[in-house]
Design a protein around this ligand. Structure first.
Ligand SMILES: Nc1ncnc2c1ncn2[C@@H]1O[C@H](COP(=O)(O)OP(=O)(O)OP(=O)(O)O)[C@@H](O)[C@H]1O
Ligand SMILES: [Mg+2]
Length: 229
């Protein structure tokens, strides 16, 4: 137990930066309806038009094994134990890194991975939103291939009202997470904001309540300003 408390602030030490000769790794985070999928599609088109090779993936999923886990999680009725939930996501993530992300980026500086949800989703959903500590969740990521951080993470920040309104407009049946109560989504949004504040060198917060074009302009400007692309 003590190693977790002592090492928590230094946890980034165990993360392995991708070599400069590799491609770029960008993740997208935010509550349901914040526009992750919408912005990933736009960025994919824009990067491809610049001649870059782009691989878009989502979590959980992205590999045959991960897609099976995705089905298992999202069709689950009653809330799972948070550690059971975390274990499923982490299993999907490890397989995605090994099978898809790391091979695609290796030695290919003009390759870009755009990933819909990653590590911060685990911290926000299985940690903050469940009222659980994040230290054990960080600890699950200290070994390869899980100790890989994106070059940039975009946190698309919207309020819960906007999220609910966009979900209602979509009109689909609610999945495992969408069915949680309003206060769960509120804690989730607050968890994401706390993560963005604590990891401001990696996480770029974008006000995603605004029109799609304005959000996209901010994402593009941030990538240029940070020299990611
Ligand atoms: N900036 C925006 N303004 C208004 N509506 C938006 C904006 N961005 C996305 N939308 C709409 O909101 C809905 C949710 O967007 P999207 O599916 O991209 O969100 P998401 O973050 O991927 O959600 P989920 O986590 O549920 O997959 C869609 O119907 C989309 O067209
Ligand atoms: Mg989506």
């Amino acid at each position: 137990m003590t190693f977790l408390a002592a090492d928590l602030h230094n946890f980034h030490d165990v993360f392995r930066p991708l070599p400069a000769t590799d491609g770029r790794f960008i993740s997208f985070e935010g509550i349901e309806g914040s526009g992750k999928t919408t912005q990933i599609r736009r960025l994919e088109a824009s990067l491809k038009a610049q001649g870059l090779e782009v691989l878009c993936l989502r979590e959980p999923g992205g590999t045959p094994f991960g897609e099976q886990l995705r089905q298992a999680i999202l069709t689950q009725g009653e809330p799972l134990d948070p550690m059971a939930e975390a274990g499923l996501f982490v299993a999907s993530r490890a397989q995605l890194l090994k099978e898809k992300i790391l091979p695609f980026l290796h030695g290919q500086p003009r390759h870009v991975v755009l990933l819909d949800r990653y590590l911060d989703s685990t911290l926000a959903y299985q940690g903050h939103a469940r009222g659980r500590p994040v230290a054990p969740l960080w600890a699950m990521h200290q070994f390869a291939p899980l100790n890989t951080l994106p070059h940039t993470t975009f946190f698309l920040d919207i309020d819960v009202e906007t999220s609910l309104a966009r979900q209602a407009a979509r009109g689909n049946q609610k999945d495992y997470f969408e069915a949680r109560q309003r206060d769960f989504h509120q804690r989730l949004a607050e968890g994401y904001r706390a993560l963005a504040k604590a990891h401001s060198e990696r996480i770029v917060t974008v006000d995603a309540r605004r029109a799609e074009d304005l959000v996209f302009a901010d994402l593009s400007a941030a990538l240029r300003a940070r020299g990611v692309l």
